[in-house]
Design a protein around this ligand. Structure first.
Ligand code: FES
Length: 303
């Protein structure tokens, strides 16, 4: 007979040590969450082992796999898989449906999902030669000031700042929103507002460094895979897929026609009623076959 204490809930005695912690808690009327039905797939049954870690049997293969995927510490156990050989005290960690929602969101991010998003790339033209003319301290300071301005624009338009690549920025629109037309408008509005934000950065640069930045912004919309990628301690929520590469290539083409904002044909289809366009560029994109039509964005209609 072992004594199991569910902290702040109840203390129970159990003689059948083949039972999982989840079986035991449910048998005793504890409302233990188990969204996947006890198949080591959701982790909503997770418990913290507060006392008696030495009385927990080692993780089985299924629990080990999920624990590694989620980076669970040794004292966090899946109640649906964990078994005991002596007295332990545990605390349930997922207590209500709000907790379940949080865990399921985390699960979605970890396992990846296909989604249609608008992808924005921006880049400072001629940044390498700019960096050669200035001290390291100034370069970092200026870049941070620049990214602060650009980042505010992205966030204000419901975007997700995916990453910084040197002087480049990648942002996603639609991580939490399914309507592609809304996402495309958020992305193109960001692209235009980045131009306005650049004027603020340039006033500062002119005054303090006698310099000016020019930027190019490319936007494309398409299917990507979203998820956390990387070492479990350094994983990063990001998008991968061909659409990301295309968005990057579109940004690269802004130099070709000396345009600030270019969008792909897919983007054009979503925003054509609401945007003023300038030049159209028919071009090949590096690494892609065939010609692509790209559209210069001048502004929003009605502004
Ligand atoms: S109930 Fe889903 S992992 Fe335990």
């Amino acid at each position: 007979m072992v004594r199991l204490t569910f902290e702040h809930e109840s203390e129970v005695e159990e003689s059948n040590l083949d039972s999982s912690l989840l079986d035991i808690s449910l048998k005793h009327g504890i409302p233990h969450m188990h969204v996947c039905g006890g198949h080591a797939r959701c982790s909503t049954c997770r418990v913290l082992v507060c006392q008696g870690q030495e009385n927990m049997l080692p993780r089985n293969a299924a629990e080990q796999a999920l624990a590694e995927q989620k980076g669970l510490e040794d004292n966090i156990r899946l109640a649906c898989q964990a078994r005991v050989k002596g007295d332990v005290t545990v605390r349930r960690l997922v207590l209500d449906h709000q907790d379940v929602d949080l865990v399921m969101q985390e699960q979605q991010q970890t396992t990846g999902r296909e989604q249609n998003v608008a992808i924005l790339f921006s880049d400072i033209r001629g940044f390498t030669s700019f960096a050669e003319r200035h001290l390291s301290y100034d370069i970092i300071h200026i870049l941070n000031r620049y990214f602060q301005e650009m980042g505010e624009v992205v966030l204000a338009n419901h975007g997700y700042i995916d990453k910084y690549m040197g002087d480049g920025l990648m942002a996603l629109f639609g991580v939490d929103e399914q309507d592609s037309s809304i996402n495309c408008m958020h992305a193109v509005t960001s692209a235009l507002q980045m131009g306005e934000a650049l004027e603020r950065v340039n006033r500062y640069l002119k005054q303090n460094f006698d310099e000016q930045f020019e930027i190019g912004v490319g936007v494309h919309v398409g299917e990507v895979v979203l998820g956390n990628i990387g070492h479990r301690d350094r994983a990063h929520f990001t998008a991968i897929g061909d659409a990301v590469n295309i968005a990057s290539r579109v940004e690269g083409e802004t130099k070709m026609i000396d345009s600030s904002v270019l969008v792909s044909q897919c983007m054009h289809a979503h925003i054509s009623n609401q945007v003023h366009f300038g030049q159209t560029l028919k071009t090949e994109l590096k690494g892609k076959s065939g010609d692509y039509l790209l559209y210069e964005v001048l502004g929003l209609k009605g502004e």
